[in-house]
Design a protein around this ligand. Structure first.
Ligand code: NAD
Ligand code: DAU
Length: 351
């Protein structure tokens, strides 16, 4: 029996990781620790919420005493840490919240794990989920981020994630804690909060609303289907080497404007509209401050050492994703209206 905390399990990637672990490992007890900020939505986990090996704990990772209590209550031996403030635009407006959750929250989890495990590292693991944004920005010269690329974060979001990565590695180097860090590229797929490019634009196209493209739309991102990230997390949690870093990405670079055109054409086709009829929704707006030009991950190490590779081609992944949002308009309406925040009261408070 393994008792594993997954933090941020009510968010986008976390919900896919929780679902994978709960379904694949009936012998594990998965404790989803989530504060339910605006980004946390328990409706993302409706299909597994009554499984016997799943427990939800509403808690703030910055609340050290509560996190200690959760470690004791469930005799935790593994942590998969995804809870974070994750949206770059929000970090530009409110950097303090990012420092608090991403840095102090991670430190609070590390310290709780250290005190609870008390030097007995046998069978223990602290796995921290980070981002490619800590490496900064690439030129258009074909170079890729490797595990050796120097940290060079530019946004308050990436600076806070970089800082949390350093704390995780410091806990290995100083105390011997068995830690692992992974840095992943942009994820896409079902259950992503519609402040992020892909779900925001799918929903806007459906409602014929303008599509705010930052700058000239020339920035490049490297897109990975979220379930492929969740599979990589499963593999690395079980087989990854302690104290190592693994980059996760699909070698799938897209210029924003090209990606946006694919999304428009896909939505139009699936809605039975004339293909391309909504291209006129594209609206160039003021660029994001400090907007990183290009991200691209080299995931050769993960492939060579652990045999991971993405299972979906991008064309298949984007088709699946657009279909999911169009078929789950109720989920989208619930999020955009704010009603999803009542779900916790209905599902958990009354128990
Ligand atoms: P998200 O914003 O969708 O979800 C974050 C979750 O964390 C939410 O459920 C939220 O309620 C919870 N949370 C926030 N603050 C908390 C706190 N103080 N205590 C407890 N829970 C809290 O994020 P996401 O896109 O799913 O990203 C998950 C992780 O993966 C983050 O660490 C992010 O940096 C990293 N990451 C994301 C991407 C991406 O493309 N989305 C890519 C690489 C890495
Ligand atoms: O690279 C991994 C990162 O990917 C994660 O660490 C972050 O948590 C995640 O939010 C994501 O960051 P980005 O800033 O790349 O994602 P976002 O969806 O916000 O934007 C993708 C690109 O689209 C980026 O170049 C900015 C641009 N954009 C975004 C929005 C929301 C627009 O042009 N218009 C928009 O309205």
């Amino acid at each position: 029996m393994k008792n594993i905390i997954i933090t941020g399990g009510a968010g986008f990637i976390g919900s896919h990781v929780v679902r994978l672990f709960v379904n694949k490992y009936p012998d594990y007890h998965i404790v989803n620790v989530d504060k339910l900020t605006y980004a946390g939505n328990l409706a993302n986990l409706k299909d597994i919420e009554n499984k016997p090996n799943y427990t939800f704990e509403k808690a703030d990772i910055c609340d050290f005493e509560t996190i200690m209590d959760i470690f004791k209550k469930y005799n935790i031996d593994g942590v998969i840490h995804l809870a974070a403030e994750s949206h770059v635009d929000r970090s530009i407006k409110d950097p303090f919240t990012f420092a608090k959750t991403n840095v102090i929250g991670t430190l609070s989890l590390l310290q709780a794990a250290k005190l609870s495990w008390n030097g007995d590292w046998e069978g223990k693991r602290f796995y921290h989920i980070s981002t490619d944004e800590v490496y900064g920005a690439l030129e258009f010269d074909g170079t890729l981020f490797t595990e050796e690329t120097r940290y060079n974060p530019h946004s308050p979001y990436s600076a806070s994630k970089a800082s949390s990565d350093h704390f995780v590695r410091a806990f290995h180097d100083t105390y011997g804690m068995p830690t692992i860090v992974t840095n992943c590229s942009n994820n896409y797929g079902p259950y992503q909060f519609p402040e992020k490019l892909i779900p925001l634009f799918i929903n806007n196209i459906r409602h014929k609303k303008p599509l705010p493209v930052y700058g000239k739309g020339e920035n490049v991102r490297d897109w990975l289907y979220v379930e492929d990230h969740a599979r990589a997390i499963d593999l690395i949690f079980h087989k990854g080497k302690i104290a190592e870093t693994y980059n996760i990405g699909g070698f799938n670079e897209w210029k924003n404007i090209d990606l946006i055109k694919v999304i428009i054409n896909t939505v139009d086709r699936l809605l039975g509209r004339k293909e391309g009829e909504d291209l006129n929704l594209i609206t160039f707006v003021t660029d994001r401050a400090g907007h990183d030009m290009r991200y691209a991950i080299d995931s050769t190490k993960l492939h060579e050492e652990l045999g991971w590779e993405p299972s979906l081609q991008f064309e298949e992944g984007i088709e699946k994703t657009v279909k999911w949002y169009l078929e789950n308009q109720a989920w989208m309406d619930n999020v955009t209206s704010g009603d999803y925040q009542k779900y916790y009261e209905e599902m958990y408070d009354k128990r």
